[in-house]
Design a protein. Structure first.
Length: 277
């Protein structure tokens, strides 16, 4: 079983889910899987994937996890975690198949405050099963050696960073190994986006907001106003908390042309995932 807890995901999935509940509770959306490498998968892989998808219905928020998240995420109200404790993934909402070229196709449709929670677990499952079927075996020492180089660089130059590796991880065990090493050796690691590992290793759960939030606002309000409306609504929900603005959904030029002084007072950081900024 790849996903054993609902907290084995990125923090921003929960913050985005709550933002949808707060402002757009009736919005419905579809998440579609896209394999940029156009990998040719086998029927055996598909069967293993379907088994893991079926297992998702057993995943739930425990009372211990609920208490932890309520205590450590003051920007989310306790009523959200109470709702999440009753939430269950529905495998019947996940359509998965191989097309005529053996490329993986997968879609999930539901209310956005629910469907957003499916994304990261499904990506992590696909990645882990894919590596298993390709007989890729991680070399623990090589992983730690490469990680040590980066940690030493951070320590030497006092460079803060966070671990954001869940959705594309090799496997849960590899991510666990990495986070455990960071906890012990990285002086300037500010936390991890994985809520389960943050809880396990007493680290700070970290998160911003996803491209998905801006893409939704583009569809809802038009792309010309998407950046402005996405940031404005994030402030309306979180009132200055979680103040790292995502700048690259529709190019940084578009973002900067929409960025207003009011928003600059609420957002004290910028995250650029794509590009050379």
């Amino acid at each position: 079983m790849v996903i054993k807890t609902i907290l084995d995901t990125d923090l921003y999935k929960f913050t985005t889910s709550y933002a949808y509940i707060k402002l757009f509770p009736y919005a419905i959306g579809t998440f579609t899987f896209k394999d940029r490498d156009e990998t040719e998968y086998t029927e055996g892989f598909l069967e293993a994937l379907k088994n893991e998808i079926h297992n998702l219905e057993m995943v739930k928020l425990t009372s211990e996890e609920q208490e932890y998240m309520t205590t450590h995420c003051r920007f989310l109200p306790s009523v959200y975690w109470e709702w999440l404790s009753s939430f269950r993934f529905d495998p019947n909402k996940i359509e998965v198949w191989l097309d005529e070229h053996h490329h993986l196709q997968m879609t999930v449709t539901d209310y956005l405050y629910k469907v957003t929670l499916y994304e990261v677990p499904l990506l992590a499952i696909v990645s882990e099963i894919k590596n298993q079927f390709l007989n890729r075996i991680p070399d623990k020492q090589t992983i730690l050696d490469k990680l040590a180089d980066k940690v030493n660089l951070s320590n030497a130059h006092q460079m803060p960073f966070s671990e954001f590796g869940t959705r594309r991880r090799f496997s849960f065990d590899v991510q666990k190994l990495v986070v455990e090493y960071l906890k012990e050796h990285a002086q300037y690691c500010t936390g991890t986006s994985n809520c389960h590992l943050a809880m396990k290793y007493d680290m700070r759960p970290m998160g911003t907001h996803p491209h998905e939030w801006f893409m939704f606002h583009g569809a809802q309000f038009g792309y010309k106003h998407a950046n402005y409306m996405a940031l404005e609504n994030w402030v309306n929900v979180y009132d200055g908390d979680l103040g790292t603005a995502l700048s690259d959904t529709y190019t940084s030029d578009s973002f900067l042309s929409n960025f207003r002084r009011k928003q600059a007072t609420f957002f004290d950081g910028v995250r650029c995932v794509y590009g050379d900024e």
